[in-house]
Write a protein that binds this ligand. Sequence first.
Ligand SMILES: [Zn+2]
Length: 218
Amino acid sequence: MSLFLDIHTHKASRNDEVEAIQSLSLTEGLFLAMPKTKPISIGIHPWYGKLDELAKNMKYLNVLARQANVKMIGECGLDKLRGEPIGHQVQMLEAQVLLAEQLQKPLILHCVKAFDELIALKKRLGAKVPMILHGFNKKHEMAQQLMAQGFCLSFGAAVLKSDEMARVLKEINRPFFLETDDSNVDIVEIYERVAEIKKISVDELKDVIFANWKQLVF
Ligand SMILES: [Zn+2]
């Protein structure tokens, strides 16, 4: 029986039926305390990243990200409502995209009100590594636009409330993922809702998501 995959959470999982990828921000003084075996992602979160610490943090990230249990780089990304000016955030993200390309590990991305900048950055760098946009909660036109640019989408608690998310999930045509992020919602509840939307069983959905994941991780 497949596990539930929670592709992006900030909490440590205590459920044996859930494979959770815990997301850690490099700026949390993580260097010595980083878990060595359980699956994680690490990166410089746009809320906390500082451009004048970028060189130092990239040195650490360059070492840590090579560990086998680091499945993705991130979360990293762009946020026009928090953190340093967008130009600084673009530079910090660029450094992490280049590292992900070098290590051939997918990116888990945070994006608030900066989709144009994100798309432009992907094009400019010619990045080929999978880019998963986490916590997708926008209109279906935006989902279409992002998928057309090669992004994968991950969905969290918003699927429980939003009819728009049901529409997006019905139209989805690229590998997608499910997550709890920092919410208290159970990943099982999110799977149940998405299975209902897609008119398949929860077990079938688990297989779909794991196949999506295998497609991305090389
Ligand atoms: Zn997050």
